[in-house]
Design a protein around this ligand. Structure first.
Ligand SMILES: [Zn+2]
Ligand SMILES: [Zn+2]
Ligand SMILES: [Zn+2]
Length: 270
């Protein structure tokens, strides 16, 4: 399975749209891996996770053909994960001769309820926590995220070709029922992609994002369940400017735990 990170920042992006803090200014000066757009990932060449306003920029930057995307998983309805306006460009005079006539979109009923009507050539599949759906060689399990109360946020287990990925954005420390489900399923992950919005800023395990200490507690608990082993690649992703997400700083912190750090355009094959 191939995972390409297209956008790796939290909602305000990094540097943040209107921010004049020292981290944002340093990022503007350094450029490169310090420039982080809104959250989106591509699995192989046909499964997109989330649809922020930066989607168009991601497609142009990375040579991705939007009309060839077959499946779209939405984690939740925050604007950095679901910017619906551009989905409405998928028809008529806006989009000719699309390779994939109908895009299959999977999201919670809450996220679907935020859509402004039916989107032409997009088929919305409603899923809820612990649902399992199969399409195009993928098996996708929805997990409840600790995030956006009342908004039915989802994280995903994605399995394909005998490999498995846990994609956990956005979320705080996992619910007990998530750990229990993972334990019962007997799954052993090849890769974890974990919410690191807060970086070093302390956040309680009841909070709606994580930083390094929360992530370490998630990883250790998954390890005791047998879901994480020595060969599991662990990547931290989705960073807010408040926690200092300069790439060199993140790499330094992540190396203390043996984690990878995502950046826009980073591709991992496992
Ligand atoms: Zn987000
Ligand atoms: Zn800032
Ligand atoms: Zn969010």
């Amino acid at each position: 399975m191939k995972l390409k990170y297209l956008g790796t920042a939290a909602a305000e992006a990094f540097p943040a749209v209107f921010c004049n803090c020292k981290y944002c200014n340093e990022a503007r000066e350094l450029g490169g891996k310090n420039i982080r757009t809104r959250s989106q990932s591509l699995i192989n060449d046909d499964l997109l996770i989330d649809f922020p306003a930066d989607t168009y920029h991601h497609f142009i930057t990375h040579g991705i053909r939007g009309d060839r995307i077959k499946y779209l998983l939405i984690t939740h309805a925050h604007s950095d994960h679901l910017y619906q306006r551009d989905l409405f460009r998928r028809y008529g005079c806006y989009a000719h001769n699309m390779s994939v006539p109908t895009l299959e979109l999977y999201c919670s009923s809450y996220a679907a309820s935020t859509l402004e009507g039916e989107i032409p050539n997009v088929h919305v599949n409603i899923i809820k926590a612990f649902d399992v759906v199969e399409f195009g060689g993928y098996k996708v399990t929805a997990l409840p995220a600790r995030h956006m109360p009342g908004g039915e946020p989802l994280n995903y287990i994605i399995e394909c070709d005998g490999k498995s990925l846990l994609y956990a954005h956005d979320t705080g420390y996992f619910f007990d029922e998530t750990f229990e489900y993972i334990e019962k399923s007997g799954i052993r992950f090849d890769m974890l992609s974990l919410d690191c919005t807060n970086v070093d800023i302390p956040v309680p395990d009841t909070g709606h994002h994580m930083g390094f200490p929360n992530i370490e507690r998630v990883v250790e608990r998954l390890r005791t369940l047998g879901a994480v082993g020595a060969n599991t690649a662990i990547c931290v992703n989705h960073f807010s400017h408040n926690g200092n997400p300069l790439h060199s700083h993140l790499c330094e912190r992540a190396s203390e735990y043996g984690y990878f750090v995502s950046y826009d355009g980073c591709e991992i094959e496992f």
